[in-house]
Write a protein that binds this ligand. Structure first.
Ligand code: 13P
Length: 264
């Protein structure tokens, strides 16, 4: 299965940015510009409080919403947490295991695994982030790190839930640095992820799964990633806050999938 049969996903991770007014304006602009793009799935992951107003604003637009995080617990006395079931009415996606959560909020692989289960059990799709740190890449340990993160995060995932998984390869050193991975390095990891999931779960399901690249993606470089056979879209940070840039990335995915379809 190639990019032609996997509908690319371009998701914007807004992180802890935007006022309500900015969020509404950005979402409206993106929705307007992406109105005619059916070949690419577009998702926005705003801060929690903007999910409800954005769900209203985006109704009928075809643009999906995602949350940036959720609790590993089902429900209960967990002050300040947001449970997966609370997100289901608004979100198609939930990002889990982002490197900022791992590094700044102490999320280990066990927590990431628990969050993954909460997300899929509540009917959403998890965007699982994996990625190595610079010293791990320099030590030649990239694939070992990716395998460890994948195997631990997916340890409790039943095989029939693989369709509710998207994997985002986000090398930590490429996030917010303006220094993206090379498309070849990103492809190597994406192919490794697909093969690993195929062996662990099911080959057919793994061929249908979307693998994204994230880390300093811009409208200028996105096309070089989308030209790689195992990269099915992008998880975009900084550039997703600029409608022009973000829609340029969506357009690059549209061009890539159209080309693949013609070649197939
Ligand atoms: P940047 O696109 O700003 O590098 O961030 C990537 C990211 O962390 C998306 O989740």
């Amino acid at each position: 299965m190639t990019l032609a049969s996997r509908r690319p996903l371009v998701a914007g991770n807004w992180k802890m940015h935007t006022t309500l007014e900015e969020a509404l304006a950005l979402a409206s602009t993106v929705a307007g510009r992406c109105r005619t793009v059916t070949e690419v799935e577009v998702a926005l992951a705003p801060p929690f409080p903007w999910l409800v107003p954005l769900a209203e604003r985006l109704e009928g637009s075809g643009i999906a919403l995602g949350a940036q995080n959720c609790s590993q617990f089902e429900r209960g006395a967990f002050t300040g947490e947001v449970a997966a079931f609370m997100l289901t009415p608004f979100c198609r996606y939930v990002i889990v295991g982002h490197s900022e959560r791992r590094a700044l909020f102490g999320e280990d692989d066990a927590v990431v695994a628990a969050k993954l289960i909460r997300v899929v059990e509540h009917g959403m799709t998890a965007i699982l982030c994996v990625g190595e740190r610079l010293e791990e890449r320099e030590a030649g340990r990239t694939l070992e790190v990716i395998e460890r993160q994948l195997s631990r995060a997916c340890q409790d995932l039943p095989a029939h839930r693989l369709g509710q998984l998207v994997v985002a390869y986000e090398p930590v050193w490429a996030i917010g640095t303006g220094r993206p991975a090379t498309p070849q390095d990103a492809q190597e990891v994406a192919a490794f992820v697909r093969t690993w999931l195929g062996r662990r779960f099911d080959e057919g399901a793994s061929r249908a799964l979307r693998i994204l690249y994230g880390g300093s993606v811009t409208a200028g470089n996105a096309g070089t990633f989308f030209a790689e056979r195992d990269i099915d879209g992008a998880l975009v940070g900084g550039a997703s806050l600029d409608a022009e840039q973000f829609c340029g990335i969506v357009e690059a995915a549209r061009v890539a999938v159209t080309r693949r379809t013609k070649e197939a």
